[in-house]
Design a protein around this ligand. Structure first.
Ligand SMILES: NC(=O)c1ccc[n+]([C@@H]2O[C@H](COP(=O)([O-])OP(=O)(O)OC[C@H]3O[C@@H](n4cnc5c(N)ncnc54)[C@H](O)[C@@H]3O)[C@@H](O)[C@H]2O)c1
Length: 326
């Protein structure tokens, strides 16, 4: 990871300190940036943000990912409820709730207080960048910046250009993200779902199809994914994988398989029912599977440890010499 002093002069604003905002703010201070953590409204999540950020810093030190003491990092962040605190920020990352009206209001407020040079980004998961961009006066310096949890250790970062974003600034953002030790992708034309959500949702849809039509159980689908894609996807993407395993076979299989894949456009009844009952998975104890409080905690902890360990392993593969060639 970069030296703490590297990034002191590049100020970052993080707006909305919920799950993702607090995580991004932690990642930024751990990289040595000065950060303004802004909570336009103080939700329950925002109230615990400082505590959650401190916990991440403590874990990063304990795991040897950064050196130095906790306070040195915590001193880099200033918490605020006033938009004007963002005035000296070079880059602002909006991460408020996924709601078009709220994002519109928050982005407009950000734009009013930052300098004409500042880059404004949104961590939206699914709202098209072109839709949000139309609300801003200085459209060329607005981008999507889609983060993955845990943001400090995850190499994932999608940078998305809207139709009116300046490509050179998008490329600059990509360079900044490389300096953060990410493996950023630049989505040059806005498309709903960007890259990974489009790929993953195609898979989710097929998973529902197989369960709803009695071909396999949820457990069997989870097991198959984990032992097939789950293994190679941490090593390479689909194109490299097809090269590695002989693309001729894929070419022939596609001809027969594609016409049989699910292509419905409506949300599957199965998730409609579970979601409308208020279930949210491990956080509510009920999702596709049921969890006691103890089981929910055990799954969350196991996932946290696994994410950390797999990212360590992933960093070592493929060897650097091969990565540099691609
Ligand atoms: N959770 C994920 O894994 C994930 C991954 C990538 C991107 N995202 C995106 O990140 C963004 C934040 O998601 P999250 O999971 O952190 O949500 P969250 O619910 O944990 O946090 C939402 C934040 O929005 C703020 N907020 C709520 N109402 C507001 C209002 N009226 N005005 C201003 N702020 C308001 C809250 O105070 C809180 O800080 C969303 O756009 C989401 O789609 C989430």
């Amino acid at each position: 990871m970069s030296d703490l002093m590297d990034h002191q002069d590049f100020h970052i604003g993080v707006v909305g300190l919920g799950l993702m905002g607090a995580s991004i703010a932690s990642a930024m201070i751990l990289l040595g940036h000065r950060v303004v953590g802004l909570s336009p409204v103080v939700s329950e999540a925002d109230q615990t943000a400082a505590e959650r950020i401190r916990r991440t810093v403590r874990q990063a030190i304990a795991r040897g990912l950064v050196s130095g003491d906790e306070e040195r990092y915590m001193d880099l962040i200033e918490f605020s409820n006033e938009y004007r605190s963002l005035s000296s920020c070079d880059l602002v990352i909006e991460s408020v709730v996924e709601n078009l009206g709220i994002k519109k209001e928050v982005l407009t407020n950000i734009e009013e207080v930052v300098s004409g040079e500042a880059i404004i980004t949104t961590n939206t998961s699914a709202i098209p960048i072109n839709i949000l961009q139309q609300f801003l006066k200085f459209k060329s310096r607005f981008f999507g910046m889609h983060w993955g949890e845990p943001t400090f250790t995850s190499k994932f970062l999608e940078i998305i250009c809207g139709d009116q974003s300046e490509m050179a600034l998008g490329e600059k953002l990509q360079q900044i993200a490389l300096a953060w030790d990410k493996e950023p992708t630049l989505v040059r034309k806005d498309i709903r779902g960007f890259i990974t959500n489009r790929l993953m949702y195609a898979m989710y849809r097929e998973a529902f199809y197989l369960v709803e039509n009695g071909f396999a159980s949820m457990k069997d689908i989870d097991r198959a994914c984990r032992n097939d894609g789950g293994v190679w996807m941490a090593f390479c993407g689909p194109f490299r994988y097809m090269d590695l395993t002989g693309l001729q076979a894929y070419y022939h299989v596609m001809k027969d398989l594609f016409p049989t894949l699910d292509n419905r456009t409506r949300v599957p009844d199965f998730i409609e029912k579970i979601a409308s009952e208020g279930s949210n998975g491990v956080s509510t104890g009920q999702g596709f599977y049921s969890y006691t409080q103890q089981e929910a905690q055990a799954w969350q902890t196991a996932f946290e440890i696994f994410s950390f360990e797999i990212s360590q392993l992933k960093n070592e593969h493929p060897p650097k010499a091969l990565k540099d060639l691609s």
